[in-house]
Write a protein that binds this ligand. Sequence first.
Ligand SMILES: Cc1cc2nc3c(=O)[nH]c(=O)nc-3n(C[C@H](O)[C@H](O)[C@H](O)COP(=O)(O)OP(=O)(O)OC[C@H]3O[C@@H](n4cnc5c(N)ncnc54)[C@H](O)[C@@H]3O)c2cc1C
Length: 463
Amino acid sequence: MTCDDTPGDTDIDALSELADRVGVQKVVTDPDILRSYSRDMAPIPAAGTPAAVLRATSTEDVVAAMTWASSYGVVVVPRGAGTGLSGGANALDGCLVVSLEAMTRVRWIDPVNRVAEVEAGVVNADLGRAVAEHGLFYPPDPGSFEVSTIGGNLATNAGGMRCVKYGVTRASTLGLEVVLADGSVLRTGGRTRKNVAGLDLTSLFVGSEGTLGIITAGIMQLQPAPPRPPVTFAAAFDTLAEAGAAVGAILESGTTPSVLELIDHATINAIEDYRSMGLERDWSALLIGQSDGENAVADVEAMVALCAGAGFVTHTEDPAEGEQLMQARRLAGTATAEAGPSITEDVSVPRGSLVAMIDAIAALSEEFGIRVATVGHAGDGNLHPVLMLDRLDDDALSHALVLAERIAAHAVELGGTVTGEHGVGMLKTGWVRDQLGQTSIDVHRRIKAALDPAGLLNPGRGF
Ligand SMILES: Cc1cc2nc3c(=O)[nH]c(=O)nc-3n(C[C@H](O)[C@H](O)[C@H](O)COP(=O)(O)OP(=O)(O)OC[C@H]3O[C@@H](n4cnc5c(N)ncnc54)[C@H](O)[C@@H]3O)c2cc1C
């Protein structure tokens, strides 16, 4: 069976063999359920229909799946919670989707070394709750943290609001357990803080978007819980450029924000339309920041003083009030999605180029006649311009895609990247080639060919 064939008798025999190996209840072929596993949350890239979904509950199941897939030449699409925004987990016709969401065991937590080994299906927030019992915390916090899996976070090298201080998922990864295309199990890294033996295979697999192997577990670096609740500030500006300049001033100042987020005028209004959060509809931009260290109060006071030109500034030590300000930022994605059809973009630029990128998005929005609501992890130079569409038909989508590509190209011109955290997926394979260049793409392909010579793992994604 290949992904181009229509499933036939042989396929049913082959699937029965898989079911025999892993247990029949784990192999799903019900068409309604298959449909729900056919795509992630990106509206654009096409999705096919899988022949089956394997709901793996152990590394052995994944080994059986890859051994089976390589003997039959079946394409495999690994999947976590399906919250991706670049089509990375979209099925191909006739493929096997290997879902890791039922592998939810926290294998161990080692408080001395501040490390935990968790299975790929553990939800990010559940890891946070589990380690909190030991006075520890796991910093990477994608907006989807209540649903997305550690496996998906590892495969996309996910970011989030706290990454401005603590780094993205790769910075919190000490080792991995990966099932390779031929079914062998690779273990990388370990629980030591220092480990320089061999090539850094852990880093190679983090962000590989399911193209090199299926991550079944991660050894995650934890941090001591912050010494105090974060102090939070919000500053509203008349222009996005002034807000961008304040971000630059804060980053240059030596203060240590643990969160530094930007919300533009269109997003403020989408949030207020969705749920009244007390934001003024005529604000052009809102900056929300936090500090969580010993000196959080002085740190935030210094950041507030750097918000020159802000028409409104507030800061609070009260965790509930701070959480309310953060809640406005967290609602941004849902609010813009509820406002109508939209495409969430994801570019990242050197932080000094934030204002130039914001200006370019505004100019391109006008040129294309498409409203763009921008929100982002400003402290990381990572912006999410959300293209707000009147309709989702083919013409509207292809016009929007050209705009998205122009925004990404501009980020690259500024020394940035076509994706800061959502991954290349199926959406950006053409664009990433322009960013990386031919030599880099050739190296990517040689690595892929060495690890997955038959090209069975997530083909057409990443590079
Ligand atoms: C509301 C919302 C907010 C978001 N906010 C953020 C954010 O702040 N930061 C951010 O980085 N992302 C964000 N995202 C995008 C998404 O949540 C992340 O990319 C997340 O890491 C995906 O995890 P998942 O479990 O849903 O993976 P999936 O979507 O299922 O898969 C993502 C990719 O990883 C591969 N994959 C999944 N599991 C494995 C595995 N175990 N082994 C190998 N490959 C695997 C898939 O094939 C696919 O290519 C957001 C999405 C939504 C809907």
